[in-house]
Design a binder for this molecule. Structure first.
Ligand SMILES: [Zn+2]
Length: 292
């Protein structure tokens, strides 16, 4: 076991066992599903990778799943490079995070990662079944050394140095959702986050459909909220499923840093845009972090 000695500012040394080795999947596997926006079937092939990082391959173009390749965050996190793009990477990225996989190539034959059940659950299950392969190289953890903050109107993402990763998220929507808050102390083992589904207000669907999008959206892959409450016949998977899903999105977006983070996150009404701005702010100053 590897021990890393971390000394966040203002605190005494903390000894924490960490698995800092790079990993990949044990063998090739494939998955398929429907794209949320196109409504068309998309095939994914997962290939073990020796080089660090997760990358997508579309039309022969390799696009690193990295924050500085993010080109659009309006409906999901979209990465682009060399004239190709892949959208809705965030739930798959969260599955990689929870599986502990740091290096992988994902071949994709369509413009968006399939929505599956609206969460990271099916990707995670498949990765868990295939297993992981560990390399001797380290460099998988990012320890925050200084507070970093981004804000837009009343929404914000703040992070402070700490030797573990915890997230406090709050959301605010119209009734009956209202304000919901959740704190996750041990993010790496917060398994109720993995299968919390994406959600939308019923009136937003109309607006998105008018743009010719959300063709693949249904109650099978999203929680839909109307004036009375949740429209899905089986209701919610967790009482706090909606705020859980916002945490899932943040974990997936943060994993496009290329690292597993250590720090204390507080986020209010954050989404893909603010999550990406946060990473750009974090990496703008090398004194903000250390890599292990
Ligand atoms: Zn999401």
């Amino acid at each position: 076991m590897l021990y890393v000695f971390l000394t966040p500012p203002g605190k005494s040394a903390i000894v924490r066992p960490m698995k800092t080795h790079q990993t990949t999947i044990n063998r090739i596997f494939s998955m398929k599903g429907i794209g949320l926006h196109t409504g068309r079937e998309v095939n994914l092939e997962f290939i073990p990778r020796r080089e660090p990082g997760i990358a997508f391959v579309r039309d022969g173009q390799v696009i690193p799943a990295r924050y500085d390749q993010v080109a659009d965050t309006r409906l999901s996190t979209l990465i682009a490079g060399g004239g190709a793009s892949v959208s809705t990477i965030e739930h798959l990225m969260a599955a990689f995070y929870f599986s502990g996989i740091t290096n992988c190539l994902v071949y994709i034959d369509g413009p968006e990662v399939p929505i599956m059940d609206g969460s990271a659950w099916e990707f995670y299950q498949e990765m868990w079944r295939v297993g992981i392969y560990e390399f001797p190289e380290s460099g998988t953890y990012l320890q925050l050394l200084k507070p970093v903050e981004v804000a837009l109107q009343d929404a914000y993402v703040r992070m402070k140095p700490q030797s573990s990763f915890d997230i406090t998220m709050s959301i605010e929507f119209r009734d009956p959702v209202g304000r919901q808050k959740r704190r996750v102390l041990d993010v790496e083992n917060a398994f109720a986050i993995i299968n919390s589904r994406t959600f939308t207000m019923v009136e937003e669907i109309e607006a998105i459909r008018k743009m010719g999008l959300a063709k693949g959206g249904s109650l099978d892959n999203a929680v839909v909220v109307d004036a009375e409450g949740v429209m899905n016949p089986d209701g919610l998977r967790y009482r706090k499923e909606l705020v859980n899903h916002k945490i899932l999105d943040l974990i997936g977006d943060f994993y496009s840093s290329g690292y597993r983070m250590l720090g204390k996150v507080e986020a209010h009404k954050s989404g893909h845009h603010l999550n990406n701005l946060f990473l750009r702010q974090l990496f703008s100053d090398p004194e903000n972090y250390a890599i292990y």
